[in-house]
Design a protein. Structure first.
Ligand code: G6P
Length: 371
């Protein structure tokens, strides 16, 4: 009923709007006595210090949260991080030992490929840390350490609030590792945590664009395809935006690293093709911002309809944006938490306009418990 959906037409929109709360609940209690704390920790301090390589393994949206984590963990911890689809990881011959940390990210905690990857990692003596939204699920039960997200139950099959909570939890994992390894001073860890704590507010602000994006979605519903471009942490956001659109609107959608534009995707650009560009902050690394602006001008010159997700007040980008969607200014690494929001709304609204069931897309399951 509409009441259950909090007055919304579909659960997914309700869950999109619950994201500030999902983030706040997932961060609460995880910084105490000047330290980041996990929920369960059966890895000895010394063993955590000795970690020399990290794998993040997951499927679907959780995998995209892992791609975001790579930027943060490498930067904070000075550790090599590989992010891998669970289904690929276990059938390769990944190099694992007791100094490897495998972070298994799963909303349900029951995804079979991720679970089997966890088992494989443990057989090879790697340490496994689970990031999970479901208390007592199989993946956390079989892991050496656990960090629970508290997004609450997610009804929409396509992940939204659980995804944002996963990103936040992965950052906490990065900070916990940095603290164990001493690559960040305790006060730096505290400062990063404080920035994370400000994110529910920022996501609240990002939600101010919902009406604008819904209206845009209705206008784009007849498109044949949509491309998504991003760079740095904006790249996984582009992948997630494309996945959402495929899942919900059954529309061909691809996410690309913007730097790859000239190596292929630019050949796809044609008159009126919507291209969504996730802009980095102009206050961050100026060179990245300038490169994206040049990408947008090229695709616009070829007739594409540019939809630009940019930091509020980013004036340089305005002339190249057929549609400009503003998100609040946050630090570079945390941008996915705000820039993902309009992409979720866009996919849902295109799907709704096309007459599809946003909460129960065809052929998809909330959790895939077979291989
Ligand atoms: C399914 C869901 C996705 C989810 C993926 C991984 O494909 O439809 O929304 O991202 O499984 O699920 P997990 O529970 O492991 O995070």
């Amino acid at each position: 009923s509409a009441a259950e959906k909090g007055g919304h037409e579909y659960f997914m929109l309700k869950e999109i709007e619950e994201q500030p709360e999902a983030l706040a609940n997932s961060l609460r209690g995880h910084f105490s006595g000047g330290r980041v704390v996990l929920d369960e920790q059966r890895i000895a301090d010394q063993d955590l210090r000795d970690i020399d390589k990290v794998f993040v393994i997951a499927c679907g949206s959780a995998y995209h949260s892992g791609l975001v984590a790579k930027y943060a963990i490498e930067h904070w911890c000075r550790l090599p991080v590989e992010v891998e689809l669970a289904s690929e990881f276990r059938y390769r011959d990944p190099v694992l030992d007791r100094d490897t940390l495998v972070v298994a990210v799963s909303q349900s905690g029951e995804t079979m490929d991720t679970l089997e990857a966890v088992r494989h990692a443990r057989e090879q003596k790697a340490r496994v840390l689970a990031v999970c939204n479901t208390n007592g699920a199989q993946i956390p039960r079989e892991s050496d350490a656990v960090l629970y997200t508290h997004a609450g139950p997610e009804i929409g099959v396509a992940s939204t609030k659980a995804f944002l909570a996963q990103i936040a939890a992965n950052y906490l994992v990065g900070l916990a590792l940095a603290q164990a390894r001493g690559t960040k001073f305790p006060d730096e860890v505290g400062r990063e945590f404080a920035e994370l704590e400000a994110m529910p507010k920022a996501v609240e602000q990002a939600l101010e664009s919902v009406d604008q994006v819904r209206e845009l979605g209705a206008r784009l519903a007849e498109s044949k395809a949509v491309l998504f471009l991003g760079r740095h942490v904006g790249y996984p956001v582009a992948l997630e935006g494309a996945l959402k659109l495929k899942e919900l609107a059954y529309m061909h959608a691809e996410g690309f690293a913007a730097g790859e534009l000239k190596h292929g995707p630019i050949a796809l650009i044609e008159q009126d093709l919507p291209v969504v560009v996730v802009m980095p902050s102009p206050r961050g690394r100026a060179v990245l911002h300038a490169k994206l602006v040049s990408n947008i001008s090229e695709i616009q010159a070829r007739g594409a309809r540019t939809v630009v997700i940019a930091e509020e007040g980013d004036e340089t980008v305005r002339p190249f944006a057929d549609e400009l969607i503003e998100v609040p200014a946050v630090s570079t690494l945390l941008q996915p938490l705000v820039s993902t929001v309009p992409l979720q709304v866009l996919a849902a609204e295109i799907a709704r306009t096309r007459g599809f069931d946003v909460d129960k897309p065809r052929n998809l399951a909330k959790s895939v418990t077979v291989e």
